[in-house]
Design a protein around this ligand. Structure first.
Ligand code: AP5
Length: 194
């Protein structure tokens, strides 16, 4: 399984990636989580990424591409991977294709989670109360939505043209969304273990 889950901030990428990874025995690779771990550890990568993240902007492509390329070269990715939130720009699409092409591999499916933008703001403000993520303020959430619409939403057209895109209703219970994803992937003959 070589899969990407994309969607606007708060659409459930991370939640659904973790669900799928636990059932498919391939690693979940979340660029947001990797950046946050580096920020928390105070690494050079974290110091480079922090201000972009706090402002709701994307970390520059060269930094992000190099980080993901390294991660995909680890042995646990040989049987597949689940990408959460990468690629997000056309330059990242090209970098991913190049990295996979060198290994004789390619992306198999792209899941897009679709949720009403106002419901997403409410979800993320709820998370702000429990987790205190610094980018979960109304102002930064709105900026993250703008950046997504400008830079990432166009990737869905690209992946649809390649025949990889599965558009999934991301509203409802987490389990319902997971079942929709499993059904859609089954239609593409990709089995998710139960
Ligand atoms: P990242 O952490 O990926 O942030 P995001 O894209 O804004 O997405 P979120 O993590 O907020 O939401 P999600 O869609 O994963 O939903 P989740 O499952 O968490 O990235 C953070 C930053 O890192 C970026 O802004 C950027 O600066 C940088 N970055 C990352 N990748 C990059 C890249 N490729 N290029 C450049 N920069 C990059 O769920 C959200 C909440 O909703 C949770 O509380 C969850 O419990 C809840 N929830 C989930 N599903 C449901 C449901 N069905 N119903 C109700 N609540 C739900």
């Amino acid at each position: 399984m070589r899969l990407l889950i994309m969607g606007a901030p708060g659409s459930g990428k991370g939640t659904q990636t973790v669900c799928l990874a636990s059932r498919s025995r391939v690693p979940a690779i979340s660029t947001g989580d990797i950046f946050r771990a580096n920020v928390a550890a105070g690494t050079a990568l974290g110091r480079r990424a922090r201000d972009f993240m706090n402002a709701g902007e994307y970390v520059p492509d060269d930094v992000t591409n190099a980080m993901v390329r390294d991660r995909l070269q680890r042995p646990d990715c040989r049987t597949g991977f689940l990408l959460d939130g990468y690629p997000r720009t056309l330059a990242q699409v090209d970098a991913l294709d190049a990295a996979l092409g060198e290994a004789g591999s390619m992306l198999e499916s792209v899941i897009e989670l679709v949720v009403d933008p106002d419901k997403l703001v409410a979800r993320l403000l709820r998370r702000a109360q429990s987790e205190g993520r610094v980018d979960d303020t109304v102002e930064v959430i709105r900026r993250r939505q703008e950046v997504y619409n400008e830079q990432t939403a166009p990737l869905t057209t690209h992946y649809a043209e390649r025949g990889l895109l599965h558009r999934i209703d991301g509203e409802g219970e987490v389990g319902q969304v997971a079942a929709r994803i499993a059904d859609s992937l089954a239609g593409a003959l990709i089995k998710v273990s139960s």
